[in-house]
Write a protein that binds this ligand. Structure first.
Ligand code: 2YJ
Length: 266
């Protein structure tokens, strides 16, 4: 699992409106609409809680410690959905206590292993890995008008990739999986496995959950392919990303966090 770096996320807060504008242009959905759709909800189910949920984001110092602007970025994404969100001044357990004293109804917090959203009053927990998988599959599903019966190439069979495979099967898509570490694919049906990266260009719908940056160049993909890529850093090299940008959705935190917040409103 990739640890986020401040240099990647430092502009999330200032760029959140521009980000959403680009998401809307590429997918036809706002963050709120994507969050609702990913959770099989109507936007009104989320909107109705924007006035009564107070969301606290708690910085966590354990393990490798605080990532500069992480908590502020998470809060800005939640605010973009219309909620009140604040970052606690104190950290860790003391931060949880501060959130409680300030009447927070939902908590967001992450250590090096897991990033969770918790709705205290309603006893709901949302995990960022599952939310990210749901969010990016929904992007792909929406841009192609449904996944049932369609081949979807899944790159990367790690934590998020595994969740994505289950979701693809539930949606009656035809998943094809590629991971350069073939050992990870042991036990999967042979027909599902892509035998080499040279075949990536045969697919138009791609989910990229790999976390090794810059290993895909333009000539490895179909120019009409759509890539929903939660993996960070992005697999496409910088120049190739710019060429293909209208058909690539990739971010560091925005979709996953927005889908988590929607889940807490269920
Ligand atoms: O509070 C902080 O600033 C830090 N403790 C945040 C740590 C963020 N955690 C990560 O980046 C981990 N790799 C887990 C992310 C899960 C994403 N699916």
């Amino acid at each position: 699992m990739t640890r986020l770096r401040e240099e990647w996320i430092k502009n999330i807060q200032s760029g959140i409106s521009a980000y959403e504008h680009e998401l809307k242009r590429k997918t036809g959905m706002t963050l709120l609409e994507l969050s609702a759709m990913s959770n099989d909800m109507d936007t009104s189910q989320i909107i109705k809680h924007t006035s009564d949920y107070n969301v606290a984001v708690i910085p966590v110092t354990t393990g490798e410690g605080i990532i500069g602007t992480f908590s502020q970025s998470v809060a800005s994404i939640i605010r973009q959905l219309g909620f009140n969100a604040f970052v606690t001044e104190r950290t860790d357990v003391d931060g949880i206590y501060e959130a409680y004293l300030k009447n927070a109804s939902c908590l967001f917090l992450a250590d090096d292993k897991r990033f969770l959203g918790i709705n205290i009053g309603r006893n709901i927990i949302s995990d960022n890995n599952a939310a990210t998988a749901k969010g990016y599959i929904t992007v792909l599903e929406h841009v192609c008008g449904g996944l049932a019966g369609k081949e979807v190439l899944l790159l990367g069979y790690g934590t998020v990739g595994k969740i994505m495979l289950e979701l693809l099967i539930n949606k009656d898509a035809i998943p094809i999986i590629y991971d350069k570490n073939e050992k990870l694919l042991a036990g999967l049906n042979e027909e599902m496995i892509l035998k080499g990266s040279e075949y990536i260009k045969n697919y138009k719908l791609i989910l990229d959950a790999t976390n090794e940056g810059g290993w895909i160049q333009s000539d490895m993909i179909d120019e009409n392919s759509f890539i929903a890529a939660p993996g960070i850093p992005l697999s496409l090299k910088e120049d190739d990303y710019e060429k293909h940008r209208d058909r690539v959705v990739n971010d560091w935190l925005q979709i996953g966090t927005a889908v988590m917040m929607g889940e807490l409103c269920k």
